[in-house]
Write a protein that binds this ligand. Structure first.
Ligand code: UD1
Length: 417
């Protein structure tokens, strides 16, 4: 039986919490390490389950991973095994990135099709089309994608239909060792992608324009192993800020990059929160009752899809009716039923969520169905009257390093059973 979290609601959070390195950057760095043989060192790596799973993917490929606190040392062999097995890939979608990395390094890749959070369909057609334009061929047999580029990948112009983060990253990895110049148009602009480009840059890759919509990559013959420090986790930071807002508390989130949370901070301000920032911290005081507002999730620098469940939870107790439109993953609404069991009045229609604010939530037994849903339900529980039991807490272990101790240090009455 999986662990549960037991939360007694009603205590305003207060104090300071430090955020760690970004999950969505560290996982990509681990794959990027495969691009250069030798010893890599990645610092500020969160101690979460997804990093462990990615470590197993790397070990399958022939790399050795060692963790010392928040530092990960990865020894990458001269000739990686170009294969990622189903039992690992199905647990974590980020592993699809090995496709671009292994094709570039070895000219072949056998990758089981990915799983990950249950958000309905999460296609990889943009990844495949881009890699095909660079000269790779693909064949899907028995759930395994066989990729080949025996003569190496060749740089070209790729224009993405949507600024997909995963597709941009996969093409970036493929392009750094391709022959000639690759241009990725309509590229994702996320801070984690910029961080990945910086790490590849310290290995010797030639990348211009990361963080803008057009990335130009000049392929090089080979890369050398390097060290890198992972960018702070803007989603972890944002989650603690919403938790503070929900409990009408005052919390400082330190070791973060407020400029990566501009849209999220704007919306929290509109909800009635008082916010001050320094270069590396955000202090938020939550209102007694939030103000209703409308939000649309969009690619960066828009409001992040991975902050949607937390924000819907905050708006569930707002004064008035809010509308949240999910433009990235319309399938991520399973947690709404659980929030409604706690007394929220929310309904989804297509990609839209209508939230009629209620004055109070009440604790009961709920199921976390993915990482951010688990965070959202914990946030609801922190304000709810009475006790909430959040089952399937292992989902939180995938994305939040020290979720329970960090919340407890802010005064939350929370324990794991
Ligand atoms: C998403 C988030 C990213 C976050 C990551 C981990 C966005 C835009 N992306 O990235 O910030 O770090 O989850 O939680 O917020 N799509 C296709 N075909 C493809 C690839 C994507 O149709 O080949 C569609 C997806 O269905 C989705 C959209 O494009 O609607 C964005 O997908 P993408 O950015 O690739 O998602 P992730 O890489 O999972």
């Amino acid at each position: 039986m999986s662990d549960s979290l037991v939360v007694q609601g009603g205590t305003p959070l207060s104090g300071t919490v430090a955020v760690g390195g970004a999950k969505n950057a560290a996982l990509k760095h681990m794959v990027a390490a495969l691009m250069a043989p030798g010893r890599h060192q990645i610092e500020n790596v969160p101690e979460i389950l997804d990093v462990e799973i990615m470590g197993r993917v790397l070990e399958h490929v022939g790399a050795l991973c060692r963790r010392d606190g928040k530092t990960l040392t990865i020894d990458v062999p001269e000739h990686p095994i170009p294969e990622a097995p189903l039992e690992l890939v199905r647990q974590m979608r980020a592993s699809i990135l090995v496709l671009g990395a292994l094709l570039a390094r070895t000219g072949e890749a056998r990758v089981a099709l990915p799983g990950g959070d249950d958000f309905g369909s999460r296609p990889i057609d943009f990844h495949i089309e881009g890699l095909e334009a660079m000269g790779a061929t693909f064949d899907l047999r028995h759930g395994v994608l066989y990729g080949a580029a025996p003569d190496g990948l060749v740089g070209t112009d790729v224009f993405l239909e949507f600024p997909s983060v995963g597709a941009t990253e996969n093409l970036l990895l493929a392009a750094v060792l391709a022959k000639g110049v690759t241009t990725i148009g309509n590229a994702a602009r996320e801070p984690e992608l910029v961080d990945l480009a910086q790490y590849l840059g310290s290995m010797g890759a030639k990348i211009d324009g990361a963080g803008t919509s057009t990335i130009e990559i000049h392929g090089v013959e080979g890369l050398t192993a390097a060290s890198h420090r992972t960018v702070p986790d803007r989603l972890e930071a944002g989650t603690y800020l919403v938790a503070a807002a929900m409990t009408a508390g005052t919390v400082t989130v330190s070791d973060c990059r407020p400029e990566h949370l501009r849209m999220e901070l704007r919306k929290l301000t509109a909800a009635g929160c008082e916010i001050t920032t320094s270069a590396t911290s955000v202090t938020l005081t939550g209102p007694e009752r939030p103000v209703a507002l409308d939000i649309s999730t969009l690619p960066y620098p828009g409001f992040h899809t991975d902050m949607h469940p937390q924000m819907v939870t905050l708006l569930s107790v707002a004064e008035g009716t809010s509308l949240v439109t999910e433009n990235i993953y319309a399938g991520r609404f399973r947690y709404l039923g659980e929030l409604n069991r706690m007394g929220a009045e929310i309904h989804a229609d297509g990609q839209h969520v209508v939230i009629r604010g209620v004055t109070q939530l009440s604790g009961c037994e709920v199921d976390a169905c993915d990482i951010r849903a688990g965070a959202a339900l914990t946030i609801a529980a922190l304000r709810a009257e009475g006790e909430t039991v959040i089952r399937d807490a292992h989902h939180l272990d995938r994305g939040y390093d020290g979720w329970v101790p960090k919340l407890a240090s802010l005064g939350a009455d929370i324990r794991r059973v």
